[in-house]
Write a protein that binds this ligand. Sequence first.
Ligand code: HEC
Length: 142
Amino acid sequence: MTSGLWMKWAPLVAIWFFVTSVAALGGVGDARAQDEEEPKRIKVESSNPLSGDEASISSGARLYFKWCVQCHGPKADGVSRFGAYAKDLRKFWRGYEEFLVISLNGRPKKMMPPWGHVLDTDELSAIGAYLETLAIEGAYWK
Ligand code: HEC
């Protein structure tokens, strides 16, 4: 085999290495994404009148990301950008009525603010309807 022939293949070999290493990096990325995979969602029964209502769920999501996300985090798992902080609302387990009571009155001694002066019951129910869609094992909304 002459060096001339090798020179002809060198660029192809280089491209091959490039493509396979990019694919390998992609594989690493996938593995990492799997490590962070969310816990399995469950479908909850609920006594929230807005439960399952698409319009309420999307307005609830907007309200959540306006008023609750700072402490309960973008995934509602209680992890804010400052780390684990507030409760994980994906597994809120005290039922819909209690959700309203806690949200309206807060738990001022435990740094959960009262929302009664900002949000009305319908808005909180919409947030509840959104949170139900994130429910994982342990959640109870009845
Ligand atoms: C300033 C931070 C902060 C904000 C903003 C906030 N929360 Fe909380 N919330 C907390 C903390 C801290 C707790 C945990 C209190 C405790 O330990 O009992 C909590 C607890 C709760 C609980 C009780 C959970 C349980 O399992 O007992 C509910 C329900 C709740 N929050 C709803 C909301 C909703 C709805 C919003 C938005 C309208 C909101 N929170 C916004 C800090 C916050």
